[in-house]
Design a protein around this ligand. Structure first.
Ligand SMILES: [Zn+2]
Ligand SMILES: [Zn+2]
Length: 224
């Protein structure tokens, strides 16, 4: 299993390659060139990518989704609670839950309203049950992990690697080190989703913002 990060604006887009290749998240609007450059540097043919899994439909995760879909031919996968955001191309931003989240969120919210996000068709709609990834040549599954947003999903590989979108954030300007998100719809739901992933035995966490870290660094923050 090969994992690569392409940074598309402030967002990590992850490429997972095994027998097949999938991409997680669609980056910030207007940064498609960075995605193409990253692909080239990683030696990945765009047509290899069979699925674009959107962890959730905030503006910084769907910005280049339409362009990526057109270039790669990948099937776009999203949770049923957020598919309409993608289809309409709405710039959505969650509320801040910490003091810093509220301050930073105020400015990002203003900024995000200026973005135009291209509407993108959806191919696979995820529900509340796990969705296996074997059809894309990946040993793992999609797991429903709401809280940061109502339809947040994570990709959990059999290796214990988990790609959690914004269910965790690691590093400035968002957090100091690995932490829970500073923006969220419902923090108690975020914690429940963490317990679900921990019970599944996840080991290494790959957040959309910041570097990967070991799940044990988050354990004390997840306990109620
Ligand atoms: Zn988000
Ligand atoms: Zn984000």
């Amino acid at each position: 299993m090969d994992i690569q990060i392409i940074k598309v604006g402030i967002t990590n887009c992850y490429i997972i390659k095994h027998e097949g290749t999938i991409l997680i998240d669609g980056g910030v609007p207007g940064e498609f060139d960075k995605f193409l450059k990253g692909l080239k540097e990683s030696g990945i043919d765009p047509k290899e990518i069979k699925a674009l899994i959107i962890t959730h439909c905030h503006w910084d995760h769907i910005g280049c989704a339409k362009k990526i879909k057109d270039k790669t031919g990948a099937k776009v996968v999203v949770h049923k609670y957020e598919k309409d955001i993608l289809i309409k191309g709405e710039p959505v931003m969650p509320p801040g839950v910490t003091r810093w989240g509220k301050i930073l969120g105020f400015f990002i919210n203003k900024l995000s309203k200026k973005f135009s996000i291209e509407p993108c068709e959806v191919d696979i709609v995820i529900g509340e049950e796990d969705y296996p990834l074997e059809e894309f040549g990946i040993k793992g599954k999609i797991v429903f992990t709401p809280g940061h947003s109502p339809g947040s999903i994570s990709v959990v590989l059999n290796s214990g690697d988990a790609f959690v979108g914004d269910m965790a954030m690691n590093g400035l300007p968002l957090t100091i080190g690995p932490n829970l998100p500073i923006f969220a719809e419902d923090m108690s739901v975020v914690k429940n989703s963490w317990r679900k992933l921990i019970d599944m035995g996840v080991k290494k966490i790959h957040p959309a913002h910041g570097k990967p870290f070991l799940v044990k660094k988050l354990m004390n923050k997840v306990v109620l």
